[in-house]
Write a protein that binds this ligand. Sequence first.
Ligand code: IMP
Ligand code: MG
Length: 174
Amino acid sequence: MNDPIIRVLIDRTAIALRVAELGARLTRELPGTPPLLVPVMDGAMVFAADLMREIRIPLDILPIKASSYGNATASSGIVRLPRGIPEEIAGRNILVIDDILDTGRTLGLLRTELLKGGARSVQTCVLLRKESARHLDADYVGFEIPDRFVVGYGLDLAGRHRNLPDIAIVSGGE
Ligand code: IMP
Ligand code: MG
């Protein structure tokens, strides 16, 4: 099978430096009650695993499953929370962690559902924000990137390439 990766956009060293910066900020700024980190599965698994180790305060972690992409490189437009929202989020100060902000539908839906489920506060942290999403609100953003389809560091193309340590642009991903 042809490898669709054409070039590295952000290498592992740059990612690690930025994740450490975000973790230092979150250590200072997160409400210490303790906060509840909510990584959005599956894409945020790698980012969240690194980020949580850079946050030096007590915290809880509760991954939530969301899916918006099928096997294509363009959003299906439909976001699903196949396992719903767990009851334990009620009353908590939540930091939602996602890999990338694209159309904003995933974080929009999660924010609404978490607040509906009784969350005390909802903040968001994304590793990447696409240029077309720069008007969309996230409390913490790692990198602004062009409107291309990217893989690696947890991000996939039809389930593949999540284990690539760098973030790379794939061909046909504009
Ligand atoms: P949104 O709901 O359109 O903001 O999309 C967010 C979700 O779509 C992310 O959590 C990713 O799973 C997926 N996604 C969006 N853009 C990309 C990309 O360039 N590569 C891989 N996944 C992406
Ligand atoms: Mg995702």
